[in-house]
Ligand binder design. Structure first.
Ligand SMILES: *Cc1c(COP(=O)(O)O)cnc(C)c1O
Length: 417
């Protein structure tokens, strides 16, 4: 697992059997590039690790929602974890009969709930009492029975970046344990609700997986309490959050995670649902960018590239680290550079304080950008979104074309007077 995406051969870098500079030449920069094999290997790896457990992997669509990528996950038998009507429609576009969708998120709207009910999703992960009643009302109006899990907030510290920690009691997500039991009892009395599961997602990018232990212990004690109240669940959804190494962080071995599932949850004999995103695709993608200028001053040196915070937001948003490799020049440098984009914001950086030797026209790879890369991108500064390309052995092809100026103004032009 997490094998290196890049292979170096003499002075060239390859993904599978494709030279990266060939991709840059054909489709230009900036561009996202993914390896099909890397994604498949990672899914297989997780499926094998879980082979003794009755489980369903629901890929977290928000990590990477490209249709061709979703299709790949579908073909591997995965379900999907969605957080919006838009994500639901994306999944249905590649898998119109999908019954393996779990719907998370604190703010599900009426129309999103209707759409989900009409498509018979596997479960709503309910995040508040008001949401439960709203789902029951809509479900009654549509003569449906909504299958629900309640998302429990176990108040455990995921020890990750505060913006992606979701299981602490002051986060907006889920319901505390005491209230969850009360809500389950209310749910059990609603005519258009069927309780099918219990759910928990404590955060993202956990490198130390031990916080899951606390979460699983709390889930187990909740299940015991539910059972003593004659409330049975069919599945236990343990969320996503398994981290990847961006900067040589130590990641707990996946076996440790699997052993914890077995130790605390297997005895209930329920299906275990997982919602991994980053773990499955984070290291399978990178972003190519071209060096436009080198700017040196007494205090600070900059490599100015053609990609920016709108294309890859993680550095600006979370101060996240992405390794940067100069594909055109592998020499070491004695100088330290920030790698920055052309956007008019000081927060527009892709990497800080890197020892890198670069010249105008070099192609850089911003590594580990397969998750929360393209899916978080925007058009800020009227920058068309960049293309996405997938490599399959010695072939590579577009799975999303570069946007153009017409795309940018498509919804405004008709209002010009
Ligand atoms: C974001 C999210 C995930 C996926 O998180 P990863 O860290 O990418 O595995 C899973 N479940 C929920 C509810 C989420 O919000």
């Amino acid at each position: 697992m997490n094998k290196s995406l890049l292979r170096q051969e003499s002075s060239h870098y390859f993904i599978e059997d494709v030279k990266l500079t060939d991709i840059a030449q054909k489709f230009g920069t900036p561009a996202y590039v993914y390896s099909k094999k890397h994604i498949l290997d990672q899914i297989n790896f997780l499926q094998n690790a879980l082979s003794d457990i009755d489980h369903l992997i629901c890929f977290a669509v928000k990590a990477n929602s490209n249709l061709s990528i979703l299709k790949l996950f579908k073909e591997c038998g995965c379900g999907f974890d969605i957080v919006s009507g838009g994500e639901l429609q994306r999944v249905l576009t590649v898998d119109s009969l999908n019954s393996k969708i779990v719907f998370s998120g604190v703010g599900k709207s009426v129309s999103e709930i209707e759409m989900a009910l009409n498509n018979n999703i596997l479960a709503f992960n309910v995040e508040s009492e008001e949401e439960l009643f709203r789902i029951n009302d809509i479900s009654q109006r549509l003569s449906k029975i909504a299958k629900v899990s309640i998302r429990v907030n176990p108040n455990v510290d995921a020890k990750t970046h505060p913006y992606i920690s979701t299981g602490l009691k002051d986060n907006k997500f889920g319901i505390d344990e005491t209230s969850a039991i009360k809500l389950y009892k209310k749910a059990a009395k609603l005519d258009h609700i069927k309780i099918t599961g219990i759910d928990c997602h404590i955060g993202s990018q956990l490198t130390d997986l031990s916080p899951f232990e606390d979460a699983f212990i709390k889930l187990a004690s909740l299940i015991d309490e539910l059972e003593s109240n004659q409330i049975a669940v069919e599945h236990i959804d343990i969320g996503g959050g398994i981290g990847i190494s961006y900067n040589n962080e130590d990641i707990s071995p996946i076996d440790f995670y699997v052993q914890m599932i077995k130790k605390y949850l297997l005895k209930y004999n329920k299906k275990i649902i997982l919602e991994p995103g980053r773990f499955l695709i984070g290291k399978a993608g990178l972003m190519l960018t071209n060096v436009e200028y080198i700017k040196k001053s007494e205090h600070k040196n900059f490599v100015l590239v053609d990609a920016a915070m709108n294309d890859l937001m993680r550095p600006s948003l979370y101060n996240a680290f992405h390794e940067v490799i100069n594909l055109s020049n592998t020499q070491d440098s004695n100088d330290i550079f920030d790698i920055v984009g052309p956007i008019c914001e000081t927060g527009d950086f892709l990497a800080k304080d890197r020892n890198i030797k670069a010249n105008q026209g070099d192609i850089l790879a911003i590594m580990d950008a397969g998750a929360y890369g393209f899916s978080m991108s925007s058009n800020y500064n009227s920058r068309p979104r960049v293309p996405e390309i997938i490599v399959d052995k010695d072939e590579f092809y577009l799975i999303r074309e570069r946007e153009n100026f017409s795309d940018l103004i498509a919804h405004e032009e008709k209002f010009l007077k």
